[in-house]
Design a protein around this ligand. Structure first.
Ligand SMILES: [Zn+2]
Length: 179
């Protein structure tokens, strides 16, 4: 089994579930702040209510961003045509998001926080607060990723011919063989 051949579909499904669960945590956190009116330090999503260190640890955030980047990179080869374009957009944005987490981790390790702030601070926090900014980052990675997955599972003839995986069932391939 290879990640971009027979294993692509399973790997994509696992990646989707992990990504959705993480994104849902960001949405819950936004709901806690905007709708329920909780104080920001108390708004830690669902898992963070039980394990506050999950949210507080810059190592966790960085680790997740790195796993996400690795997944987008490793699963990319089997994407073809339009799906590849959208997937690459998600990869590029996640690359920047991952840099932001690297800088946050660096600040947490050295104790030198950007902009003279009391806590590690993202570069684009000059524009938006952290919760909103990282919800935004996760959303603009998730959207092109989902479009890429959707197109990957509904390829045109050329895209299907080029795809090394069997995400699209073999039964639907005779049309390609005839062509
Ligand atoms: Zn595939």
């Amino acid at each position: 089994m290879s990640l971009n051949r027979t294993g692509h579909r399973v790997a994509l499904n696992v990646f989707l579930v992990v990504t959705l669960a993480h994104w849902a945590e960001h949405l819950v956190q936004a709901y806690q702040i905007w709708v329920l009116g909780w104080a920001r330090p108390q708004a830690r999503g669902v898992l963070g209510q039980f394990y506050p260190w999950l949210v507080k640890s810059e190592w966790m955030h960085y680790g997740y961003a790195a796993v996400m980047l690795a997944g987008l990179f490793l699963l990319r080869p089997a994407f073809t045509g339009r799906a590849r374009t959208w997937w690459t957009v998600a990869l590029a944005i996640q690359f920047w998001h991952h840099i932001e987490h690297f800088l946050l981790l660096w600040q947490a390790q050295t104790g030198h926080n950007f902009f003279g702030k009391p806590v590690p601070t993202s570069l684009l926090q000059v524009l938006y607060p952290r919760v909103e900014l990282h919800l935004f980052y996760n959303s603009i990675v998730f959207i092109p990723m989902i479009i890429g997955m959707y197109l990957h599972l509904r390829p045109n003839r050329r895209e299907l011919e080029d795809a090394p995986c069997d995400c699209v069932a073999v039964e639907s391939r005779p049309a390609v063989a005839v062509a």
